[in-house]
Design a protein around this ligand. Structure first.
Ligand code: DSN
Length: 419
């Protein structure tokens, strides 16, 4: 980044500091990951200069031959890795992907049945201050207080009583397998469309460690940067019969020019997702989450639903006498990065919730395995159990630093400071 360093040292410094921060901290944010240098090169390319409203071979501007090539590759590869009939790779983010599906099949005021945000759902599944909650009539399902699992019989009863036009399966903090076949049956019974938002688990689906919604869902939406390990962006997969509807709602419906540099990077990421190494990484992500969850249980922590089937789990901190915010700040002070999270039926608000969410995608991408995740759980336990012990904090900071040195974010010279 020599040009950037010369031309804009303030931004260059901030980026260098971020390289240092990512390298020297343990990232347990379940929605983050590490994308490859190749993905970053495509993302940082001059394809950002190109306007390409429309779709491959059907653009409004001249000079689109090269961007047509990358978008066609991205579409072909997305269909291949997910086994989907149609892919639209243009959504700028997961929210736009979800908005597109809603706008394609619903009228304002129609009813959506989605998972409650406070039980692990997502803002775009009906939060009142989100477009979904503003434009549509929202009903929610959640998890059971005793088990932390979704009760599909209850989802069915809610669906039969409320007759939604769209049912959404998907979550940002649900540690268990989602039964897409069951959701589809419920949707069919009440005549609703079925959308699966697999933003969190897309990489696990491609890696074969979570069942795929593709055979069941009318629409599958995802981000491309979480477990999928691509650039920050969105993606819609659907049956061929909805292809025109989806394409025309993305453009010209809700977006203008696509981000061709991001689409190039999506193509690269989808190619990487075809490798054995990628599949192994997804399998290890789940093994790591399970091993880490077990270590916390052994140390007396309460996990929502008692564990995990995927890449994340939620710790209920009630018996630790601290809030999720306290834990987040305390752990950040020893270079362990995670987020506070509400737990189902939380009596506290989202700002000072009772839980923390822990995810293993980033540490697994760095090469960490069961030995390291068990060590990290021990570190977290020590800090949370003795929050005021300065020596413990020093010891954990050192352990974190050692682990980070042993498992670099990137092995390539390209990411080292040029200073
Ligand atoms: N904000 C993301 C997460 O952290 O789960 C969801 O989009």
């Amino acid at each position: 980044m020599i040009t950037l360093k010369n031309d804009d040292p303030e931004v260059w410094h901030a980026i260098q500091n971020e390289v240092e921060r990512q390298q020297n901290t343990i990232d347990l944010i379940a929605s983050e990951n590490v994308c490859s240098p190749a993905v970053q090169e495509a993302q940082g390319s001059l394809m950002t200069n190109k306007y390409a409203e429309g779709y491959p071979s059907k653009r409004w501007y001249a000079g689109c031959g090269n961007v047509d090539t990358v978008e066609s590759l991205a579409i072909k590869r997305a269909k291949q890795i997910f086994g989907a009939e149609h892919a639209n790779v243009q959504p700028h983010a997961g929210s736009q992907a979800n908005m597109a599906v809603c706008f394609a099949v619903l009228k304002p005021g129609d009813r959506i049945l989605g998972m409650d945000l406070s039980h692990g759902g997502h803002l775009t599944h009906g939060f009142k201050k989100n477009f979904s909650g503003m434009f549509y009539d929202i009903v929610h399902y959640g998890v059971e207080k005793e088990t932390g699992y979704i009760d599909y019989d209850k989802v069915r009863t809610i669906a039969k009583n409320t007759k939604p036009q769209l049912i959404i399966a998907g979550a940002s903090a649900y540690p268990r397998i989602l039964d897409f076949e069951r959701f589809k049956k419920i949707a069919d019974e009440v005549g609703a469309y079925f959308m699966a938002d697999i933003a969190h688990i897309a990489g696990l689906v491609v890696g074969g460690v979570h069942p795929s919604p593709i055979p069941y869902a009318d629409f599958v939406t995802t981000t491309t940067h979480k477990t999928l390990k691509g650039p920050r962006g969105g993606l819609i997969l659907c049956k061929e019969k909805y292809a025109k509807q989806i394409d025309s709602i993305i453009f010209p419906g809700i977006q203008g020019g696509p981000f061709m540099h991001i689409i190039a990077a999506k193509a690269v990421a989808f190619k990487e997702a075809m490798t054995e190494g990628y599949k192994e990484c997804q399998q290890q992500t789940v093994r790591n989450a399970k091993a880490m969850a077990q270590e916390f249980i052994k140390r007396g922590y309460n996990l929502v639903s008692g564990g995990t089937d995927n890449h994340l789990f939620l710790i209920d901190l009630h018996n630790k006498g601290m809030t999720g915010k306290d834990a987040q700040l305390l752990l950040e002070s020893v270079d362990i990065i995670l987020n506070r999270n509400t737990i189902p039926f939380d009596e506290r608000g989202a700002n000072e919730p009772s839980g923390i969410r822990i995810g293993t995608p980033t540490i697994t991408s760095r090469g960490m395995k069961e030995t390291e995740v068990t060590k990290i759980a021990e570190c977290i336990d020590k800090v949370l159990s003795q929050p005021n012990d300065f020596r413990i904090k020093e010891e954990i900071r050192k352990t974190v630093r050692d682990i980070c040195v042993q498992f670099p974010l990137y092995k390539k010279e390209a990411y080292q400071s040029v200073e």
